[in-house]
Design a protein around this ligand. Structure first.
Ligand SMILES: [Zn+2]
Length: 413
C-alpha cells in the first residue's frame, strides 16, 4: 500500500499535509454503557491533506463506509431552533427569487427528516427529498415530504431523470463535504436540473476554518473542506458553474453557492468575485497558503490544556455543553477524559445516557446541569455560543462561567 493517497477529485498524489489529528474514533459513534465496558471501540487515523493541483482539502479515506453510515445514525437536523429558522428563511427567499409555484419542483439531496423541504411544501411547491438513511426518510414522509431512499450520485441521478424527475431548484446543505467521491456526486446534478434551473450548495467555508483555526470541524464523516477555488473546479468538470454566493454565519462561516448549467444565462455577481478575491488574498490558490495550520492547531490545544490545568488546580468543576461531532475531535485531540470534564449536556435524547467516543465523557440531559452545578461550562459547538449562553444563563446564578476554546480560550463570566 502506498503511503501517499490520491486526491479524491483529481487523483493527483497528496504530498502536502494540512494537519494530522492522530487516531480518533468516529465522531458520531456514541457509546452505550455496555459498549463502553466492552472496550471494543475502534480508532482510525484522522489526517487532512491538501491537493497541490486542485486545492481540495480532504481527510484520508481511513474508515469503511458501512462503519460511518450505520443503523444507529442518530443525527436529526431538526433539533436546533436557529438552524430551522435559517432553513425557513431560505425557503421563503428562494420561492420569491426563483418564482417557484405549484408547477415547480424542489429537490433536496440529503434531505434528512424533511427539515427544509417542509417549508417549500407548506408554500405549495412540490418537493422531493433524496436521503440515504431509511429512518430519517420515514420521519420526512410523516411530515408530508416525499422522499427517495438512495445515495445520490451520477447513476442514481440518471435513474431519477429516467423517471421524469426534473428540478427547478436543487439544494444540498452540508452534504458536499460528506460524500467520499465529490466528482461522482456533483456529476448527478446536471441530469436532474432543468436547463434554466438553479442549484444551491451550502458548505462550511475553508477560508473561515483556516482563519479561525477551526480544526474541530475535521472529522471522519467530513471528507472534504471546501474553498470556492476547489468547488469551481469540480463544477467545471461536470458542465456546471457558480454565478452567485452568499456568506452565512452557519457552522462558523459558510458559503451558499448558486450554480447553474455552464451554458445557462446567469451573470456572475460581484459577491462571487469578492469571495474569489478573498480566497486569493488568503493564498488558497497556492500551496503555501496552507502552511502553518498544523502549528496553529497545536497552539489552540496547548492553550486549552493550560486553561484546564489552571481551572482544575483552582478546584473548579468543569462540564461541557453540546455532544456534537466537532466537540469530539477537539476533546480527543486534546486527550481529555471524564477526570477533566465531568459530563457533557446535550438536548438530543438519542445521545443522553451514552458516552462520547474517545473521551468517554458521560452525556446527560440539560435538566441535570443544576444538579451537577459546574463552575465552568465549556461550549463545544462554539458557532452556537450565543444561543447556548442565553439558554443556560441560570448557570451564572451559582457563579458559573462559560468557556470557548478556539481560536483562543475565552472565558465569558
Ligand atoms: Zn486534486
Amino acid at each position: 500500500m502506498s503511503d501517499v493517497p490520491a486526491c479524491r477529485f483529481c487523483r493527483a498524489p497528496l504530498t502536502h499535509d494540512l494537519v494530522d489529528l492522530g487516531l480518533q474514533p468516529l465522531s458520531n459513534s456514541y457509546l452505550t454503557e455496555a459498549q463502553f465496558r466492552a472496550g471494543t471501540e475502534r480508532a482510525y487515523p484522522l489526517h487532512a491533506r491538501v491537493c497541490d493541483r486542485c486545492f481540495l482539502v480532504q481527510a484520508d479515506d481511513a474508515v469503511p463506509a458501512d462503519a460511518i453510515f450505520d443503523a444507529d445514525y442518530a443525527y436529526f437536523s431538526s433539533y436546533s431552533t436557529s438552524w430551522l429558522e435559517h432553513c425557513r428563511a431560505y425557503a421563503e427567499k428562494a420561492v420569491k427569487r426563483f418564482g417557484l409555484g405549484p408547477d415547480s419542483l424542489v429537490v433536496e439531496v440529503a434531505s434528512n427528516d424533511g427539515y427544509l423541504l417542509q417549508y417549500f411544501a407548506q408554500a405549495g411547491v412540490p418537493v422531493l427529498g433524496i436521503e440515504p438513511t431509511a429512518n430519517t426518510a420515514e420521519a420526512a414522509r410523516a411530515k408530508g415530504v416525499p422522499t427517495e431512499v438512495t445515495f445520490f450520485n451520477e447513476a442514481t441521478a440518471k435513474a431519477l431523470a429516467a423517471k421524469g424527475v426534473r428540478a427547478d431548484l436543487m439544494h444540498g446543505a452540508n452534504v458536499l463535504a460528506h460524500v467520499p467521491d465529490i466528482g461522482d456526486f456533483v456529476a448527478g446534478f446536471r441530469h436532474v436540473l432543468k436547463p434554466g434551473g438553479v442549484l444551491s450548495f451550502e458548505f462550511p467555508h475553508l477560508l473561515r476554518m483556516i482563519e479561525k483555526v477551526q480544526f474541530d470541524t475535521i472529522y471522519h464523516e467530513h471528507f472534504s473542506y471546501l474553498s470556492l477555488v476547489a468547488v469551481e473546479r469540480v463544477l467545471a468538470a461536470n458542465g456546471l458553474r457558480a454565478y452567485d454566493v452568499e456568506e452565512l454565519w452557519t457552522h462558523g462561516g459558510s458559503l451558499r453557492l448558486y450554480c447553474a448549467h455552464a451554458d445557462a444565462p446567469f451573470a456572475e455577481t460581484e459577491a462571487l468575485n469578492g469571495v474569489r478575491a478573498a480566497e486569493r488574498a488568503a493564498g488558497l490558490d497556492r500551496i503555501e497558503g496552507y502552511a502553518g495550520f498544523a502549528r496553529r492547531t497545536a497552539e489552540v490545544r496547548d492553550g486549552f490544556l493550560a486553561y484546564l490545568a489552571e481551572a482544575r488546580g483552582a478546584g473548579r468543576k468543569i462540564a461541557a455543553y453540546g455532544a456534537a461531532a466537532k466537540g469530539n475531535t477537539f476533546l480527543n485531540y486534546a486527550g481529555v477524559g471524564p477526570e477533566d470534564i465531568v459530563a457533557v449536556f446535550d438536548r438530543n435524547p438519542h445521545k443522553q445516557g451514552k458516552r462520547l467516543p474517545g473521551s468517554h465523557i458521560p452525556i446527560l440531559a440539560p435538566e441535570k446541569i443544576a444538579e451537577v452545578r459546574p463552575d465552568d461550562v465549556l461550549i463545544l459547538p462554539w458557532n452556537l455560543k450565543d444561543e447556548i449562553m442565553a439558554q443556560l444563563a441560570f448557570v451564572r446564578d451559582w457563579g458559573g462561567r462559560f468557556v470557548t476554546a478556539a481560536p483562543d480560550v475565552e472565558i465569558h463570566p
